[in-house]
Design a protein around this ligand. Sequence first.
Ligand SMILES: Cc1ncc(COP(=O)(O)O)c(C=O)c1O
Length: 404
Amino acid sequence: MSTSPTKLEPLAVHGGTPLREKLLPYGRQTLDENDIQAVVEVLKSDWLTTGPKVGEFEEAFAARVGGKFAVSFSSGTAALHGAAFAAGLGPGDEAITTPMTFCATANCVLYQRATPVFADVCEDTLNLDPREVSRKVSSRTKAVIAVDYAGHPVALDELRQIAEGAGALLIEDACHALGAEYRGRRVGGIADMTVFSFHPVKHLTTGEGGMVTTNDRKLAETLRRFRNHGISSEARQRQESGQWFYEMVLLGFNYRLTDIACALGISQLEKLDDNLAQRREIAARYNAAFKGEPGVIAPSVRPEVNPAWHLYPIRIESAKLRGDRAQIFRALRAENIGVNVHYIPVHRHPYYRDHFAFRGGEFPVAERAYEQLISLPMFHGMSDGDAEDVIGAVKKVLSYYYAG
Ligand SMILES: Cc1ncc(COP(=O)(O)O)c(C=O)c1O
């Protein structure tokens, strides 16, 4: 890398020409004609919601991720709420979770009037550190809710052992990790319940949507009732069997995913393998480009996993640069690279600070990482040229800020 300022191209943030003309987002959906046709067919059919496409999508999804049962929800957040309910969380109970996540992971505990207990993350993966989880286990622990940050599976075997020892369930928030593998097994059939999201930036989309997979028939039944007001049967079952009688057996919600969305999900699922392959290619290209690049640390991958690469978060080593993360972020945005930051640690949000008296400094690994993180664009519709633009922009900006 050149350190001579005279040879450097002026950065767009300083009035130079942006590396790209148009903003490249950090993530976005890819839809094709088959997806559109699948939705149109449902729009012309008898069932717009909770019809045949729901079961079809759930079965195909369960088969793909290696779980026995799959229960669809209207969002990943609703699916997390379902999992928290099915785990039996209630007032006085605790669930141990990570601060390095989207707030929905911890919010589902609050929806059940239980208490989220945060544990710090590992330096390399930014996933829950099993040693920290062990330190937080108490007689009130009813669940461990772990996130596969960026699509890198968390230490599932270790966490499972800790959860079992505490008489708690392991809920895996795999909203980043559809298609990931852990010790040769697919994410979706390992934890007691695994939660997925189908938001447009994810590996497959239904607009909004989510899923819980489990190998436990009873948990699946509870999840199905919870997403349908707590009612023991569905309208279509009653219509087909000619019955009007139904009973509400628990307090649930309307968290149903529509047939329209499920038709899109079925069509999108067929392309999951290709999408994963594309994301892995982009990650390999980034890894090769940033290896040895001063001032930047590429995400690490443990040997026992095959990540799904929802995000590609780099870490900026400001001590080696003349600028900090905020300056580098602004400079990359000015080059029309749609960088983002994942995540502001959950306990640092005003709601959590105010309700749980967090002062900062409680989870040093997560908090230090937050100061360094920048997510680069990563989605399966990106072209090789897009990826090269990202690499070019990162190198351009870092060259400027590199102190040598
Ligand atoms: C880790 C994690 N958990 C949960 C969610 C919530 O999913 P949804 O947006 O489908 O409600 C997200 C969404 O981005 C997420 O990243």
